[in-house]
Every structure is written in C-alpha cells, then in structure tokens.
Design a protein around this ligand. Structure first.
Ligand code: PEP
Ligand code: MN
Length: 287
C-alpha cells in the first residue's frame, strides 16, 4: 500500500507527509502573492489592522505600513471571535474596502476565510486567503482552499503539533495548490503572562522538514504590543521568511486586538530595527 509519507530528514518522531516534505522538493517554494514573492532572500512583511473597520481606518493604516516597508496588507472581513456578541467583521463590505484600498495603495491583500461557503467570494477579492488558527483542521475548508486558485496563508492551530500542521498543509497541496505559506502564531501552554506561547523553534523545524515558506505572527503570538518588536526580531533571526503584524492607526480605538496592535510610529521604528537583523542573517527587507 502506498503510504504517501517520506523518510524523516530531521529524525523527529513522525513521518513527513510527502507533498510538503523537503525530501520530495529540496528547494524552498516561492509563493507569489500578486507579484510579491515569499520564500526568497527578501523577508516579506504583512501588516494591517486585525479587522477592517472603515475606509479611513484601512486607508490610513495601509498608507503608513506601505511607507514603512510592508509589502502585503492584512485585514479581517470575516472574523472568528470567541464571543458571538463581539464585532464579527464587515463581511463583504470589508472585502470591498480591502479591494479599493489595494487599488489605491498598490498592496496585495490577505484576508481570512472561515467557511467553505465563503471561499469563492473571499478569493474573488483577495490576493491570498488566510485560514486561521481555529480552522487549521477544518478539512473541507482546507480542500476548498486548495481549489480556489489563490495562495493560502495557513496559520498553526493553537493546540496543534508540527505534524498536524504539516498534514493540514498537505490537504491543500493535495488539491494541486502548492502556493502555501505556513504561519507560526503561538500555541496554548500553561503560561498565562502572554496570550499564547510563541513557538519560535517551529521556524527552523518547519523549514527543515518542509519546502514551504514560514512566517511568524508575533501579534497573536504574544498579545502584547510592547513585546511585538522583540519577538519580530527574534523570528527574523530564527530564519522566518516573513512576518504578519497587526497595526492600527489608533490602536486605543480598535474594535479588535488593539492591545496587541502597533501604532504607526511603532511599526516604522520596528521596521528599521528589522532591516539590521535581516542583514545580520544574510537576508533583506526592502524598505
Ligand atoms: C488573524 O490573524 O486575524 C487571526 C484571527 O489570527 P489567528 O487565527 O492566528 O488567531
Ligand atoms: Mn487579531
């Protein structure tokens, strides 16, 4: 019987699913997000608000993050919120705002999809679709994402192992879509001083086991605005191919995750520091 699994290059305790394995494909996959290449020597910064709130909020934030060196704009239109009474996002109106700001600012956009029934709609507006932590093992959604014709940003489940993460990515590749970026965003541990425990050891591990590019989300990984720049720098030093950072033009007024969102000045300062770290590890950030 064909197992479709590879011999294990890192001697970890599990077989590596074959399509995502570096044994199957030694060179790192370049993911093309409407012309922005992720997985090459350039470290790609994705930045923007947790959730799209208004034209002004998205436009002002997008303009500033682009000026600071971000290459892709983030912003949720369909939000997975723990409480059903919290703001759930603007839905299709949010997608329309993303698409109009993209035209004006010239930044590709990534936004989350939570449901198989939304994939076609979200993919029609976005340059890359995001599958969030809570849906990493939503297998029908992974399969649908594999068929949507757009790159996929797959976030690690907050209680998922590296093996489960790679198997989830394999579902997408199995549909013929190898344009997948893996994102470490923190896992749940006994620690409560940070929102999650950002598992930076996942970066070298994933890069060793898989040819897919790996990025890090220090915003959800820590939940603390003041800690984001330090962990962003650490992620670049650990070999991440990019970062996804929450930024808001007025974090104190944000409808979601303001406490972990950088303001515009903080983002600009962080980018200057990141450039030096990138150089130190033989990479570039085009500011
Ligand atoms: C997000 O990036 O908007 C998000 C909800 O993150 P996560 O799925 O990692 O919690
Ligand atoms: Mn958020």
């Amino acid at each position: 019987m064909e197992t479709n699994l590879c011999k294990n290059p890192a001697k970890v305790g599990f077989p590596i699913p074959s399509k995502v394995s570096r044994t199957t494909k030694p060179e790192t996959t370049l993911v093309n997000v409407s012309g922005v290449m992720v997985g090459g020597s350039d470290i790609v910064i994705i930045a923007g608000p947790c959730v799209v709130e208004s034209q002004e909020q998205l436009f002002e934030t997008a303009r500033a993050v682009k000026a600071g060196g971000a290459r892709i704009l983030r912003g949720g239109a369909f939000k997975p919120r723990s409480s059903p009474y919290n703001f759930q996002g603007l839905g299709e109106e949010g997608l329309k705002l993303l698409s109009s700001v993209r035209k004006e600012i010239h930044l590709p956009v990534v936004t989350e999809v939570m449901d198989t029934r939304q994939v076609e709609l979200v993919a029609s507006y976005a340059d890359m679709i995001q599958i969030g932590s809570r849906n990493m093992q939503n297998f029908p959604l992974l399969k649908e994402a594999g068929l949507c014709g757009k790159p996929v940003l797959l976030k690690r489940g907050m209680m998922s192992t590296i093996e489960e993460f790679l198997l989830a990515a394999e579902y997408i590749l199995n549909q013929g879509n190898d344009q997948v970026i893996l994102c470490e965003r923190g896992i749940r541990t006994f620690e409560t001083s940070t929102r999650n425990t950002l598992d930076l050891s996942a970066v070298p591990m994933l890069k060793r086991l898989s040819h897919l590019p790996v990025i890090v989300d220090p915003s959800h990984g820590t939940g603390l605005r003041w800690m984001v720049p330090a962990m962003a720098k650490a992620a670049v030093a650990a070999g991440a191919d990019g970062l996804i950072i929450e930024v808001h033009y007025k974090p104190e007024e944000a409808l979601c995750d303001g406490h972990q969102s950088l303001n515009l000045d903080e983002f600009t300062r962080m980018m200057t520091d990141l450039e030096k770290i990138a150089q130190a590890v033989g990479r570039e950030i085009s500011l």
